[in-house]
Design a binder for this molecule. Structure first.
Ligand SMILES: [Cu+2]
Length: 221
């Protein structure tokens, strides 16, 4: 049997299409590997979703087992693949002006709203912590820090029904600067908190006016 003259080019096209598909799948991972940072423990909302479902994100069980992650994957899977890209540039130190109340967990709907699902109130999975806990921060790009500001939400705030606002927060720690490195551990002391709260963290990176906003759901126990 004689191959038609078109068979070879067609086979090449098929292979190219398959390669393009494979590259498209790898792209989100490549992006996150090249990028910035987040708090791994207590896990931020999107890092927690990535950690629990990143290698299983098509599993329909997610809707029942982890509904807040499910709504986030529906809204924009890139919020999880880019778990370390939740930042806003050029806020000139005025976080409250650039990240309005109700949008704290999405960095003021930064990146054209890529992370807006992080602001949705609900039963986000919590990390159990005690009064004294250690924030484990990871920065792949080693930007360093001018400071971290760490807040805990007030008792009057209910994360399952309300979007987080600046008035809902108690400032519990402000750090000094950190030299560029990938892993930073920050000890935090609190007292009087019980049950579900949000730990909200601002990381002011040192390499430019780049500001990261992290919501971590915690259970003081
Ligand atoms: Cu960066």
């Amino acid at each position: 049997m004689q191959a038609s003259p078109l068979a070879a080019p067609r086979r090449v096209l098929t292979i190219l299409a398959a390669l393009a598909g494979a590259l498209a799948c790898m792209l989100p991972l490549a992006n996150s590997a090249a990028a910035h940072g987040s708090i791994l423990d207590p896990a931020t909302r999107n890092y927690g979703c990535y950690e629990r479902w990143g290698d299983d994100h098509m599993n329909p069980d997610m809707q029942q087992q982890d509904p807040m992650c499910w709504q986030a994957w529906q809204d924009n899977p890139n919020a999880m693949w880019n778990w370390n890209g939740l930042y806003k540039n050029n806020v000139y130190g005025d976080h409250q002006a650039h990240v309005p109340s109700g949008t704290l967990c999405s960095g003021g709907n930064t990146q054209n709203g890529r992370y807006s699902s992080m602001d949705t109130p609900g039963e986000w999975k919590m990390t159990n912590i005690s009064d004294n806990f250690t924030l484990q921060f990871y920065d792949q790009a080693s930007h360093g820090a001018d400071y971290f500001r760490i807040y805990v939400s007030k008792d009057s705030y209910d994360p399952t029904t309300q979007r987080l606002g600046w008035d809902d927060l108690n400032l519990v720690k402000t750090t000094g600067s950190y030299a560029p490195t990938q892993n930073i551990s920050i000890p935090v002391s609190t007292s009087g908190y019980d049950g579900r709260h949000v730990v909200f963290t601002i990381w002011k990176a040192s390499h430019m006016d780049q500001n990261y906003y992290f919501c971590s759901d915690v259970n003081f126990s």
